[in-house]
Design a protein around this ligand. Sequence first.
Ligand SMILES: [Cu+2]
Length: 274
Amino acid sequence: MTKTQSGGAKLLFFFTFLVAATALLSAQSGYKAITVSNGGTISGTVKWSGPIPRGLQFPVTKDPQICDPESKKTVDLDRLIVGPQDGVANTIVYLKDVSSGKAFDLPEQRRHLNQLHCRYVPHILLVPENAVLQMESSDATLHTIHMEGAATFNLPFPFTHQITARTMSTPGLVHLQCNGGHVWMSAEMMVAPHPYYAVTDESGRFDFTDVPAGTYQIVAWHEGWGFAGKQEVYDVLSQRKVDRPVFTQPKMWEKSVTVTGGGMSTVNFVISAK
Ligand SMILES: [Cu+2]
């Protein structure tokens, strides 16, 4: 009797400790939304300088009727997209180590992923921590989304237009690829711990509003635009060996920026092939 009681008490103590430890952990890593009075703005651009490398192409080696409806034989890998004014699209720009600030207001569209003609749309996803990523396929073939990094889901998409949703609970980068033989399919997702994140379009512009006054490190991250080689993998469906493209390392640039109350700060990133 005494033994059972003490065992129960121990268990209770352990659970209390666990709850306290978890609360402490989330208090330390968790972002706090506050009312930002007299915040500042950080805006700027990510622009390309110099000759633009040719976009990477890859042969369509499976399901050409679905993946290559225009019979181009190759698919554009969406690695480097430079706009008419030299803006670099698909760059993730963010402030480092922000523990409190405005409430999340990241645009909805980058947490909805479609698999269309064997490409990921959009190519770069941005999902707030603990928000839901919705995924679907428009293609009448079997895709699987295999995630690596801050999330590790492995999800089949046997039916078209059926939405699969998953909560992204760990901040950080996630690489997405298809293990159904469409080796060229690749996307990146950033799970953001706070709202001061942006993905550039072809204008290369980004804007952060309601930033609490202070000095920050601002980072521009790009997945990179070079081939590093090929990797032999198995198509899980046909059990055949196929070559998956391997890319060069992502690129990252970092600067320091100071924001004053009600002020407007500008940061411009200029990147080139070097
Ligand atoms: Cu696929």
